[in-house]
Design a protein around this ligand. Sequence first.
Ligand code: AMP
Length: 177
Amino acid sequence: MVESPTSQLRSAVRDVADFPQPGILFKDITPVLADARLLQMAIDGMAHAFYGQKVDKVVGIDARGFIFGAMLAARLHTGFIPARKKGKLPWKTIGVDYSLEYGTNSIELHLDAIEPGENVILADDLLATGGTAGAVLELIEKSGGNLLGSVFFIELGFLNGRSKIAHHGPVHSLLHY
Ligand code: AMP
């Protein structure tokens, strides 16, 4: 029997225990990136939800969201916008602080990255608690972008990130844990 694309992708994701800190089961997506066929399958699967829609920009989150987001932008023939950790973007920015399990973090977009009314989607490798995605979705809305939704390669459903960001629009993910 031929394995479905999602089960082939699922088999390729490597679980790494206690990285980057004790108690975290890290989802290592590098084996998917390294395999030409799996990489295409992943991007196809993520793009699928947006086929037929007019998308202007894909926003990808620092750092693995740059990989998926930029490839998705190429597939959908849109522009790409990086959402970066504080202090990394060279031009004028808008930023937001958000809370992590321990402490806070800040994420920024260039002030002129999104033109008001543009149709925007958010992409990242993984949805965990939804704190990071929620912060970037807030920035996209503050910039005047018309959010079409978010897409993740992996969603850790047991952390309920989806409920934190569902009010920003549809949430799509390819692999569910
Ligand atoms: P969160 O803000 O909790 O949704 O965390 C999402 C961000 O943290 C994503 O950009 C992921 O790259 C990363 N992340 C969180 N948990 C994991 C995990 N178990 N494995 C891999 N990456 C993770």
